[in-house]
Ligand binder design. Structure first.
Ligand code: MG
Ligand code: MG
Length: 253
């Protein structure tokens, strides 16, 4: 079932989304060679819990053990923070974080360069951000979920990259994962119609190589099958009644 949020609920999700954005900015300011992903996770959890009524969405969700998902290089998503995972110059670090505030969730992700990165990695970051922006721009009344996926896929594939298919964006609200599923591929005018008050997480996962993925023995970490680099950017947005582009609930500032 797709849930429609009231204006008041959307304000609460925007407040959760502000904490999410500030958490990502805090993490970004600590990303450098020599830092472990467990260090970043601790910072993020303390920051989120310093806000009354807020807690990390991920900790305990399907038994995930941490506040952040931290995924390095060929890791696509769902990497588990660890004191043994220390960042190196040239790495790409994808950070995914959710915040629950007063009964509602917000969800966002970004991929950060660690020090100086190669030009291919830089291009991947730019293309994945453009793919997210293109998808977000389609999240307007009258469009369908397929319009979002189509826009994301067009940008990624025009650059010679591929989108992950097994993992998708999602509705979000009182539950972290709600309907509809929001794939990063699709056809215009297909899928559920977008209506005012829908809140969805749009989250392109873009690979330099093929779209295939597999899950490591830790049962969480998803990596590219061919070992190629992957990037992940995500925003939670609210579809507005005025027919314009959506309100981005996890934007900074
Ligand atoms: Mg996320
Ligand atoms: Mg998500």
């Amino acid at each position: 079932m797709i849930t429609i949020k009231s204006p008041r609920e959307i304000e609460t999700m925007a407040a959760a989304g502000r904490i999410v954005a500030e958490t990502l900015a805090l993490v970004a300011s600590h990303v450098r060679p020599g830092v472990s992903t467990a260090d970043l996770d601790r910072l993020a959890e303390e920051f989120i819990r310093s806000h009354p009524g807020a807690r990390p969405s991920f900790k305990g969700l399907y038994d995930f053990p941490a506040t952040l998902c931290t995924s390095i290089n060929q890791e696509v998503v769902h990497g588990i923070p660890s004191p043994r995972r220390v960042l190196n110059e040239g790495d790409l670090l994808s950070v995914d974080v959710g915040v629950w505030l007063e009964g509602l969730h917000a969800d966002s992700a970004a991929t950060f360069p660690v020090g100086e990165i190669r030009s291919e990695a830089n291009r991947l970051l730019q293309v994945t951000q453009e793919a997210l922006a293109a998808g977000v721009a389609q999240a307007r009344v009258g469009n369908h979920v397929g319009d979002i996926g189509h826009a994301v896929q067009q940008v990624a594939e025009a650059a010679g990259y591929s989108v992950v298919r097994e993992l998708v964006g999602h509705g979000i609200g009182a539950s972290f994962h709600e309907e509809p599923q929001v794939p990063n591929y699709g056809k215009p005018r297909r899928g559920p119609r977008l209506v005012p008050g829908m809140t969805i997480a749009i989250e392109p996962m873009v690979n330099v190589g093929g779209p295939e993925i597999r899950t490591l023995d830790d049962k969480w970490t998803v990596v590219t099958q061919d070992g190629s680099l992957s990037a992940h950017f995500e925003h939670t947005v609210a579809v507005l009644a005025n027919g314009g582009p959506p309100r981005v609930l996890t934007a900074a500032g």
